[in-house]
Design a protein around this ligand. Structure first.
Ligand code: GLC
Length: 743
């Protein structure tokens, strides 16, 4: 149960990940025959000439397809990514295998983040299911589809912990919590890679962005992270350790600095922690031109100096910049970069290609055009995952599920109809079948006597002439309003930080006007982050977080709204009262002046003048269609001793009329420690179905290792003393107990 804590010095160097292994004779034989230029060629990763994804700021003078083929024939490219189809990949692979001197195959990569042809919910949405097995299944399905298209390496999972909603990339990860993030990181690695990398449907996984990218100051993408080594080790490293321990074959280093030093140039993190403490034997690839950006950071005078810093910090592969191609040979010849280090990096690349079976079958997956077919099992999985990702925040008067008597429905908002903004960011290779819109999903689900009025009402970020008038008229004619509002894809993802993460004003005005009609309103919130909900949106009778749900959006939302499925999601991020509360997360330290729970107005306490410290909806929160009461917390002892265990039990009783999937969470707090401990820390969670009128007992087991934290010397320590424990439906509620750790 314990999340791997990261000691300053490694005792048992668990060789996580692609553990350090002796290379095969084939790899050693190849290496012995390679020229320095050919070795360096294997360390270059480039966007394919036909990359049309727009995922990166492609250089104006990028290589045309014919020039790229020349580079491949000359042995100067080791991997290509985000190429469009198999035809070009086939041509490139033939050039590598048949025309280059040593015939070393290319490795084809892509940003397969949340699906390939079939698009699953964005990772933050899927995190709301709190279901590692589900995450593993969707990653596996994505791998099968990508590998069938010749892709064998994905730049995923993104495992950055996110605690500042201003940062746009939280959408790609698993939210604010270390335990949930770690379990999902491992699950996604297992899913992408499958049981054996040599299988044709295996996708090499990349834990990214190493490390503390999500701690960007102010939530401003690419900004420095001014976090302590303690915070890096307690919060940002554990999900990477979980990914490495799950066997991740690669790690991608991040753009950011930590305390002023770019990770890209700092041997402490890759050489020190990843290789030295964890024994990681896989690939380390720099993020897109991040090595060249060391010049902009002001730590390298020119590209040559940047190449030297990046390689010596432990970056095996250089992505897109060409810095290793242009400068590494001279750095080796001058003795500034040891040839042995180049050999070690090339050995890892060749060993990875061998593990993937590329030497034995380089044309695998390239023998036919794209195979994007709507596989029924993947379509069903996309619908299941979308349903499981939906979080019901509020449901006054049990408005949901919609009663059949609610015949006239007004579906209002910029996300009501049409294929746009359904997949979410980082959807680069969707299949030909358009995603199911809210309108399509509802029309398919509603009976013939239902009436569905669809009115856009406003654009995503600007008013629509006559839009509010039409929306109000539709609302007045309706029994209930479904208000489809929030963020579009253009507001979410990389380089999309928002200084005020809230619903755009045009949509807020629409919401106020619709609410003023007095009709019951269900907010369907499309978003890639925790948005501040205010006014009529906050006060709507029902609020459903629908994130970006992918290919099956419309069917999944209709399933939940009409009661064919029950919402079971729980927030992986805290939802604020105001955007100004960012950064906002539950596992914060108490300060010396915590707000007393029984006196919210006490002054000279740690709170804002215009907002409390607490979120509007806490981490872990989510409603269902049942009514669960937590009761009868019991500890099997008042003490936990030595290597013993402590069982913590509670009963969940469903007094509602429908089965409820509940996610009981186990939180702990150390009352006194040498380092101030967070007010709560998630230590475990379950997913249980409770039938109407039934009660289910959940049992958690605590061990002393679960109470470990990094002491003042940054080494794991467990301190005897008093601990709080909760079995709870969220980070702000639950049954409270106490126990003493005796030694
Ligand atoms: C981008 C992203 C990274 C992605 C890479 C290749 O800049 O930071 O997550 O994998 O470039 O597209």
């Amino acid at each position: 149960m314990a999340v791997a804590l990261l000691a300053a010095a490694c005792t048992a160097c668990a060789a996580g990940g692609a553990a350090l292994q002796p290379a095969s004779d084939r790899v050693e034989g190849l290496l012995a025959r390679m020229t320095l230029d050919e070795k360096i060629g294997q360390l270059g990763v480039y966007a394919a000439a036909d990359d049309a994804t727009g995922a990166n700021p492609l250089p104006l003078a990028r290589l045309r397809a014919d020039r790229q083929l020349d580079e491949i024939r000359a042995g100067r490219i080791g991997a290509l990514f985000n190429g469009a189809g198999t035809a070009r990949k086939r041509e490139a692979q033939r050039a590598a295998v048949q025309a280059s001197r040593l015939g070393i195959p290319l490795l084809f990569a892509a940003d397969v983040i949340h699906g390939y042809c079939t698009v699953f919910p964005v990772p933050l949405a899927e995190a709301a299911a709190w279901d590692p097995a589900l995450a593993e299944r969707t990653a596996r399905a994505a791998a099968v589809e990508a590998a069938a298209d010749g892709v064998r390496w994905t730049f995923a999972p993104m495992v950055d912990i996110t605690r500042d909603a201003r940062w746009g990339r939280g959408v790609e990860g698993a939210g604010e919590d270390v335990l949930l993030g770690s379990r999902l990181a491992a699950a996604r690695v297992r899913g992408f890679q499958g049981p054996d990398l040599s299988r044709p449907d295996a996708l090499l996984a990349t834990a990214k962005h190493f490390v503390a990218y999500g701690a960007a100051e102010g939530g401003l993408d690419y900004n420095g992270a001014d976090v302590s080594e303690r915070t890096v080790r307690e919060v940002y490293l554990p999900p990477f350790r979980a990914a490495v321990d799950a066997g991740a074959g690669a790690v991608m280093t991040a753009f950011n600095t930590i305390a002023g030093v770019p990770v890209m140039a700092d041997p402490r993190w890759v050489r020190g922690v990843l290789r030295g403490e964890w024994g990681f034997g896989g690939l380390v690839v720099s993020d897109y031109t991040a090595d060249a950006e060391l010049v902009a950071h002001g730590v390298a005078a020119d590209d040559r100096a940047a190449a030297k810093l990046a390689f010596r910090a432990g970056n095996d592969l250089s992505m897109q910049s060409g810095l290793y191609r242009d400068h590494l040979a001279a750095l080796v010849r001058s003795g500034e970069v040891p040839m042995a280090d180049v050999d070690a990096a090339v050995r890892r690349v060749l060993a990875t290609k061998e593990r993937l079976g590329l030497f034995d079958d380089p044309m695998r997956g390239l023998d036919a055009e794209r195979r994007c077919t709507d596989r029924p099992d993947h379509v069903a999985l996309a619908r299941e995952a979308a349903v499981r990702s939906i979080v019901l925040l509020r449901n006054e008067g049990e408005l949901l599920p919609l009663a059949a008597s609610r015949r006239r429905i007004a579906l209002i908002g910029p996300f009501s109809r049409g294929p746009q903004d359904l997949h979410g960011p980082w959807t680069l290779f969707p299949g030909p079948t358009p995603p199911v819109s809210l309108e399509d999903g509802l029309r398919a689900a509603l009976g013939p006597d239902a009436v569905l009025d669809v009115v856009r009402g406003s654009d995503v970020q600007s008013p629509l002439r006559g839009g509010i008038g039409a929306a109000v008229a539709a609302a007045r004619r309706a029994d209930v309003v479904l208000l489809a509002i929030g963020e579009g894809e253009a507001l979410s993802g990389e380089a999309r930080s928002r200084s005020v993460p809230e619903i755009p004003k045009a949509q807020r005005d629409l919401a106020e006007a619709v609410a003023a009609t007095g009709r019951p309103v269900v907010v369907l919130l499309r978003t890639g982050r925790a948005l501040a909900l205010e006014g009529a949106v906050r006060d709507a009778q029902a609020i459903v977080v629908t994130w970006f749900l992918g290919s099956q959006t419309g069917h999944a939302v209709a399933d939940v709204l009409l009661g064919r499925a029950a919402p079971g999601g729980r927030l992986p991020v805290s939802f604020p009262r105001t955007a100004g509360q960012a950064p906002l997360y539950y596992a914060h330290r108490p300060t010396g002046r915590p707000q007393p729970e029984d006196d919210p107005d006490a002054f000279y306490k740690a709170r804002f003048l215009d907002a409390p410290r607490e979120p509007l909806y806490p981490f872990g929160h989510g409603l269902g269609y049942g009514r669960i009461r937590y009761e009868d917390l019991r500890l099997d002892s008042a003490t936990l001793e030595g290597e013993g265990t402590l069982e913590v039990r509670a009963r969940l009783r469903n007094s509602g009329a429908r089965t409820m999937r509940e996610v009981p969470q186990l939180y702990v707090r150390g009352r006194v420690a040498a380092v101030s401990r967070p007010v709560r820390e998630l230590k475990d969670f379950r997913s249980v179905d409770v039938a109407p009128g039934q009660a289910v007992e959940v049992v958690f087991t605590l061990r002393r290792d679960d109470l470990a934290y990094l002491g003042p010397d940054l080494r794991p320590v467990v301190e005897p003393g008093d601990y709080d424990v909760w079995v709870a439906p969220s980070a702000e509620a639950g049954l409270h107990g106490r126990f003493r750790l005796v030694r």
